[in-house]
Write a protein that binds this ligand. Structure first.
Ligand code: 1HE
Length: 272
């Protein structure tokens, strides 16, 4: 593994965010913190719309994002206090608002690393699933208590979570209300990396900095083309892959990087 990156202390950067969110920069990485620990980072409408504002106002030179949570938990999910008397139409639009915001994460401009600890529950797990990489501290645990609250997934979880851990496990979480530990989440495919408690953010930033070193067109292809190709029929997928590969390799960036390697300046791929 690479050594933890040395970066200057985080500088605040300032789109107009609600108090439940804090944004900082460390070089090319922007760090978004869910900052409502008194409510266990429950996601109210203001916070969800604030996440949208953050992604809309990312400076052009930011190349990756890290999302993490203040306090003892990543997120307790949907703010149940806001789940009052909504009409069916309002409830549909509310869920569609979450979809819009989480789509802006998944299909945005830069890769996003989620750093998970404590409760990663309901909408909190849906938020994590919309990110591209997940680091879990050993304290992290996962649950989908929607069944016990009389509700259902509404933040894209029924689309994204089965693709991560399989429909059968999502069904188990939802029907039984059981939790998965960080170790189970790691083996089932929720997280990519496990970190000791208190070390997740440093690991997340390290990964984000590594991701930011990639050619922008390659990151674009990984975020936008790969998941769509994986969902298409094989013939269309192979065709789209060829197009994407030729677009990426024809950029000046790709040409310069290949030249660097061939002239012995590029990094080797060595066992970590
Ligand atoms: C909340 C929420 C919340 C805490 N909405 N206010 N999510 C859930 O079903 C999870 C519900 N929360 C919990 O199970 C627990 O709060 C935790 C395990 C996450 C944390 O426990 P703990 O002991 O550290 O905290 P607490 O004492 O339970 O909560 C502290 C405060 O946060 C308290 O408010 P207070 O004013 O009495 O201090 C709680 O009411 C408040 N709080 N969680 C609102 N979720 C798009 S669809 C997605 C559907 C879902 O996400 S369903 C899952 C909902």
């Amino acid at each position: 593994m690479r050594k933890p990156a040395k970066t200057p202390p985080g500088k605040p950067f300032a789109p107009k965010l609600p108090p439940s969110l804090t944004a900082k920069r460390r070089g090319v990485v922007a760090i978004l913190r869910l900052s409502r620990p008194q409510k266990r980072n429950a996601l109210d409408d203001t916070t969800i719309l604030g996440i949208e504002t953050f992604f809309k106002s990312l400076p052009k030179d930011v190349k990756a994002v890290v999302i993490h949570g203040a306090g003892r938990h990543f997120s307790a999910g949907l703010d149940l206090g806001e789940l009052t008397e909504r009409s069916i139409a309002e409830a549909v639009l509310h869920s569609r608002m979450w979809h819009r915001v989480f789509d802006a994460i998944q299909f945005g401009r830069v890769p996003v690393v989620a750093v998970l600890h404590g409760a990663v529950v309901g909408g909190g797990l849906e938020l994590a699933a919309a990110c591209h990489l997940r680091v879990a501290e050993r304290s992290a645990y996962y649950a989908l208590p929607e069944g016990s609250r009389g509700i259902f997934l509404g933040g894209g979880g029924s689309v994204r979570l089965p693709r991560l851990i399989g429909t059968s496990r999502v069904m188990e979480l939802m029907l039984t209300g059981r939790t998965y530990s960080a170790a189970e989440g790691q083996s089932f495919g929720v997280s990519h990396v496990l970190a000791d408690d208190g070390k997740g953010l440093a690991k997340g930033i390290e990964l984000a900095e590594r991701v930011a070193e990639n050619a922008p067109m390659s990151n674009f292809a990984i975020m936008h083309a790969l998941p769509r190709i994986a969902e298409s029929d094989p013939g269309s997928g192979l065709f789209a892959e060829s197009l994407m590969a030729s677009v990426a390799s024809s950029t000046g960036e790709a040409k310069a990087r290949l030249k660097d390697f061939l002239e012995k300046r590029g990094k080797k791929v060595l066992r970590e």
